[in-house]
Design a binder for this molecule. Structure first.
Ligand code: NAD
Ligand code: DAU
Length: 332
């Protein structure tokens, strides 16, 4: 199979490309990535000499670029997005552009060139905060921040292209991923790297918000399965089944690093902060997927990865990230 993967220099996309090439020897991958602040070619440095892998720097919103790279592929997997909720509160423009218009440009090219499959990567955040129970694929979307509203817009457009034009769209909605190569604005890598630097861990609000943690390699296996075995026009939830309050997660990270709990620093809550996400993953279980990595062991392996990979995250944290951090956490 020849795949176009968009956003492949980011966190999940880079793990996914590595997973595909490791598990499907005959596959080839073209990676289209704009290289925003979150895109890092170093995430795939180990594939530099792999003739099955090609990198193209470009924007998914650029119809001509998209048409050129899509021609001749068997399937498209769209990871490209602005992905950080806090940034969407400060500068939402890029979210609307990439997460809605980028999907539009890809759908148009997939339709025109009659590509056999378009897997669009979405998120559990489109269901909004879930106080009790869990979200099913048939539930309505109720996004509550500019990031999740943009992602919901992309999803609805993709489903509309299936409904009206029979463009063979599939959608995955996963819960919070964690693992190697995650940009250190997200809570786990931020807290691990701050703790390693003996800096405060800024915990929002009362710290009791709940996220369902999914190891990135489990998500990659599920996405790959949906790509090959899923049904066009369908949505698949992918949940880790590990609901954890932020304060408990923070304590676990500090415990693994042998750092004191006095590092925990309560800060003002994120505006509109969703309390809890939870997914019913019965449909993807029906395809045969189950998470393979127990949460505690995967968290330990992740913490260990950041502990030993300072060469990866130190340049990020001392570069452009610094200005963002000072704006985001003014009192820290
Ligand atoms: P990320 O921010 O780490 O990476 C995004 C990648 O997309 C970067 O390489 C960036 O350069 C690229 N990109 C951004 N705008 C682009 C554009 N206009 N054209 C081409 N490339 C562009 O994101 P991630 O955490 O790896 O998330 C990947 C996808 O998974 C996103 O669609 C996100 O909404 C979704 N998702 C993420 C999580 C999570 O926990 N991280 C959970 C559920 C769903
Ligand atoms: O649920 C899936 C979503 O998970 C993805 O769609 C998004 O792309 C991804 O960024 C993630 O969104 P969250 O907002 O849940 O992730 P984040 O790591 O930003 O925050 C996780 C929780 O930790 C959330 O309740 C807010 C809290 N938090 C976060 C940061 C950055 C803090 O308490 N302090 C912080 O400094």
């Amino acid at each position: 199979m020849k795949l176009l993967v968009t956003g492949g220099c980011g966190f999940i996309g880079s793990n996914f490309i590595r997973h595909v090439l490791a598990t499907h020897a005959a596959d080839r991958v073209v990676n289209l990535d704009k290289l925003t602040y979150a895109g890092n070619p170093a995430n795939l440095a180990d594939l530099a000499n792999d003739s099955r892998y090609t990198f193209v720097q470009g924007d998914v919103c650029d119809a001509q670029v998209v048409r050129d790279v899509i021609r001749g592929v068997d399937a498209v997997v769209n990871f490209a997005a602005e992905s950080h909720v806090d940034r969407s509160l400060m500068e939402p423009d890029a979210f609307l552009r990439t997460d809605v218009f980028g999907v539009f440009a890809l759908l148009e090219a997939v339709k025109e060139l009659k590509i056999a499959r378009f897997l669009h990567i979405s998120t559990d955040e489109v269901y909004g905060s879930v106080e009790r129970g869990s979200s099913r694929e048939s539930d309505p979307v109720r996004p509550s921040n500019p990031y999740s509203a943009s992602k919901a817009g992309g999803d609805l457009l993709a489903l509309a292209y299936w409904h009206t034009h029979r463009v063979p769209v599939l959608i995955t909605r996963s819960s919070n991923n964690f693992g190697p190569h995650q940009y250190p604005e997200k809570v786990i890598p931020l807290f691990v790297t701050n703790a390693l630097d003996d800096k405060p861990l800024p915990l929002y609000g009362d710290g009791r918000n709940v996220r369902d943690w999914l190891y990135v390699l489990d998500n990659c296996a599920a996405v790959d399965l949906v790509l090959r075995k899923g049904e066009a026009g369908e949505i698949y939830n992918i949940g880790g089944g590990n609901e954890v309050e932020n304060v408990a997660l923070t304590r676990a990270i500090l415990g693994l690093l042998g750092k004191p709990e006095t590092f925990i620093t309560p800060v003002a809550d994120r505006p509109g902060h969703d309390r809890r996400y939870a997914l019913d993953s019965g449909k993807v279980h029906g395809l045969g997927w189950r998470p393979a990595y127990p949460f505690a062991a995967a968290l330990e392996a992740t913490v260990e990865w950041y502990r030993t990979q300072e060469a990866w995250w130190k340049p990020i944290k001392s570069g452009a990230f610094k200005a963002y951090y000072e704006k985001q956490y003014p009192r820290r």
